[in-house]
Each structure stands twice: as C-alpha cells, then as structure tokens.
Design a protein around this ligand. Structure first.
Ligand SMILES: CC(C)(COP(=O)(O)OP(=O)(O)OC[C@H]1O[C@@H](n2cnc3c(N)ncnc32)[C@H](O)[C@@H]1OP(=O)(O)O)[C@@H](O)C(=O)NCCC(=O)NCCS
Length: 258
C-alpha cells in the first residue's frame, strides 16, 4: 500500500497528465506552488479544471480568481484560506468529495451485473449505431444525478464528454434498451481518470455501480493504464474502496454554475 504522501503525489501527477491531455486552443496551464490547472478565456468552457493543494496558492487565487475561468475548482482541505475565498464567491456551488488513487489495476475483478442488465460499450461518435449512443448514456446520467455533471444541458454535456480524449464509456442497458447505469475511464499517460459513474436510483444497492466502475477500469488497464484517480462523492466512496482505491484527502469541489 502506498503511503498517503505518495498517493497525493500520484493524484497530482494524474491531474497534471489530465490538464495536458485536455488542453484546447485558447486555454492556459497554470502550474504554481499549491495550484495546478487548465483555465480558459471564457466561462463557457466546460473543461477547465483547477486543483488547489494548499494555501501557497492563496495569493494567486485572490488576485486572479475573476479571470481564472474553469468550470470546477478542486480545493483540498489543507487550503483553508483558499476554501474560504472560494466559498464567498456566489458563482460556485460547493460539494464535498474525496480524492482517491488506485495502484492495483491489475487486480480489478470482472463483476457481473444483476439479471436484466447487459454491459455495453458506448460510442462517442454520433454516426456509430453499433454501440450505445453517448447521448443515451449522457441523458441517463443527467436523470440519475444532474449535480455530478458540469452542466445540466444535454448538448453542452455531450460536447464536453466528446472533448475528453482516449475515453472508454460503458453502459448497463436493461431488456427494454434503456440505459440504467454508466461509467467512464479516460487514459492520460499512465493514469486513468474515472468519472461518469451513475446508477438509476431505482437500480441502486445491487452492485451495479461497483461492476460498472470495475468494467471501465479493466478497459483502461488493458489499454496500459497503471493507476487510476478519481473524486468520489459520498455515495461513491464505498464502491471505490471496495475496488482498492485509497483516499488521499478531502476536497471541496466548487462548480461554476454559469
Ligand atoms: C454512487 C452510485 C453510482 C452507486 O451506485 P450503486 O449501483 O448503488 O452501487 P453499488 O450497488 O455497487 O454499491 C452501493 C451500495 O450497495 C451495496 N451493494 C452492493 N451489491 C449489493 C447487492 N447485491 N445487494 C445489496 N446491496 C449491495 C454496496 O455494498 C453499497 O453499500 P455501502 O455504500 O453501504 O457500501 C449511485 O449512488 C449514484 O449514481 N449516485 C449519484 C451519482 C454519484 O454520486 N456518482 C459517483 C460519483 S464519484
């Protein structure tokens, strides 16, 4: 088991790989003591992300917050003054979550879904009809828990999901063809980022979220990922612990609601 410090370093390294992979024209990478992120020139961009590790970031954040356009700021509890600053800004909705890392991707089991559900790959291409359309998976995810998405608008959400490179999306589809659960793993260098984990409220508590996360992780491991990072909601925490993820710290996620 990696020690906590090592895991934080791995989480930060994964975040750095993520912002490098996600960078689009017009976006800037900010990499300063206590602060790492991808910021845009407009609040419209959904892919900007900033990680605030500790209060070494306070001076920069206090001076630049109005122009650091990013949809989500992840602020570790160690950055108490930064958290206070963000909390006072009415643009942001705070949610508590846990930063996690898993180093044992080779040991992720293949878990079956309950009767009535089938695991299907999802296609991000609008013209591919062989797989579950990403639009079906995205609308199911928004129905399941709109607060976990960076936007509640389906078209913007789809545009954002399609902009994430090297991502495998999976869906659990019922006998009528409806998507009941989703998961995704994006590969950035040797790290995979897990997100888009949702189960229809009527199907929860039956091992589906765990099985879907495991399926996405197995795809990422087969594609060469060595470790996984994610930000767990309170509902997701136990499923990730069961799969071998370790907590590296508590975070407040500030989502720009603009
Ligand atoms: C988080 C979420 C995906 C979990 O989905 P789920 O399908 O209910 O997940 P699981 O069934 O695998 O695990 C949930 C609970 O059911 C239990 N469970 C698992 N298999 C079970 C089974 N066969 N029978 C009964 N209970 C079972 C698990 O032990 C777990 O309980 P615990 O939290 O007390 O440990 C779901 O709550 C959700 O969509 N939440 C909103 C979005 C969200 O927060 N996503 C996570 C973002 S990081």
């Amino acid at each position: 088991m990696a020690d906590a410090r090592g895991s934080i370093d791995q989480y930060v390294a994964g975040f750095r790989d993520r912002v490098r992979a996600m960078r689009h024209p017009g976006q800037e990478i900010v990499d300063e003591p206590g602060l790492l992120g991808l910021v845009g020139r407009s609040s419209e961009a959904l892919d900007g992300r900033v990680l605030v590790l500790d209060d070494r970031a306070h001076e920069t954040l206090a001076a630049r917050l109005p122009e650091l356009f990013a949809r989500v700021f992840y602020v570790f509890d160690d950055a108490e003054a930064c958290r206070g600053l963000m909390s006072q800004d009415p643009r942001f909705r705070p949610t508590r979550c846990t930063a996690m890392v898993c180093n044992g991707l080779g040991a992720i089991p293949e878990l079956s879904l309950p009767a009535g559900l089938t695991l299907r790959p999802v296609s991000a291409s609008p013209t591919d009809t062989a797989e579950v359309p990403l639009a079906d998976a995205a609308s199911a995810a928004l129905r399941s828990d709109a607060e976990m998405a960076p936007t509640t608008d389906l078209d913007s959400f789809l545009e954002y999901l399609r902009s994430i490179p090297n991502t495998r999306y999976v869906a659990a589809v019922d006998d009528g063809g409806d998507v009941r659960a989703t998961a995704a793993a994006a590969s950035w260098g040797s790290t995979t980022g897990v997100f888009f984990v949702n189960t229809d409220p009527a199907w929860r508590g039956r091992g589906i979220g765990t099985a879907m996360t495991a399926a996405a992780l197995r795809y990422a491991a087969a594609a060469g990922a060595e470790r996984a990072c994610l930000d767990a909601s309170s509902l997701g925490l136990s499923i990730y612990e069961r799969l071998g993820f370790e907590s590296v710290g508590a975070i407040t996620q500030f989502v720009d609601q603009g």
